[in-house]
Design a binder for this molecule. Structure first.
Ligand code: NI
Ligand code: MN
Length: 219
């Protein structure tokens, strides 16, 4: 399995014939690794309706005939031709690549009545947690029992956890590995990921991999 960072909160997880695309914000991203037209996916995940997450989800899912995953409310933003597997926080959905659990996030959704979420993706017996946009929440402690292999955590601050709270999140989740996200896309979420790495590793002993935009991690 391979996890490629396409910038901001967007990752492409490749597992066998499956290409799982999370929060594809590409054409609007001043620092994205690819344009929407260059990316293919079999499954597209959207944590919430903000444009820096929903982004190019509809156009990519439509062009690739990919199955989308979103909460019931966020699903309403997809055009009719896109097949959306809906769920809500706490729910698990079996899928051809394995499955996905919708996890809690403390954040707006940009969709009336909807909640932002995170995703715990299971593939090849591994678990990848994409936190979405969220502040630090005690619900993250529930993930410690899940045995998360890789946690993708926002560190940008202002709209999500900053580095210090992401470090506390690491202590609650206890993943085997962490990859920071949702920083340096714009000056208002500027952070030093290398300092985050040093601090997390010193405090928790959990290894942090800082991916450059376009970089990947084998897992
Ligand atoms: Ni957001
Ligand atoms: Mn965001």
């Amino acid at each position: 399995m391979n996890i490629k960072y396409l910038g901001h909160a967007c990752f492409l997880v490749t597992s066998g014939e499956h290409a799982l695309l999370l929060d594809p914000f590409l054409d609007g991203n001043p620092a994205g690794a690819a344009k929407a037209g260059e990316v293919s996916a079999t499954h597209v995940f959207v944590t919430h309706g903000h444009d820096d997450h929903f982004g190019d989800a509809a156009s990519i899912a439509s062009r690739c005939k990919a199955t989308a995953y979103a909460t019931v409310e966020t699903a309403g933003r997809f055009p009719k031709e896109v097949m959306v597997e809906v769920g809500q926080i706490g729910g698990f959905v079996r899928a051809p690549f394995g499955g996905v659990k919708f996890t809690a996030a403390a954040h707006g959704s940009a969709v009336p009545g909807g909640l932002a979420c995170g995703f715990l993706i299971e593939a090849e017996g591994k678990k990848i947690y994409h936190a979405g946009d969220t502040g630090l929440i005690m619900d993250m402690a529930l993930l410690a029992d899940e045995g998360v292999d890789v946690a993708l955590l926002p560190i940008g601050d202002r709209f999500t956890m900053g580095p210090r709270d992401a470090r506390r999140a690491a202590g609650l989740i206890k993943p085997k590995q962490i990859v920071p996200m949702h920083y340096n896309t714009w000056p208002i979420i500027r952070q030093d990921p290398e300092q985050f790495k040093k601090d997390v590793e010193a405090e928790t002993g959990i290894p942090v991999t800082v991916l450059s935009v376009g970089g990947s991690l084998a897992c």
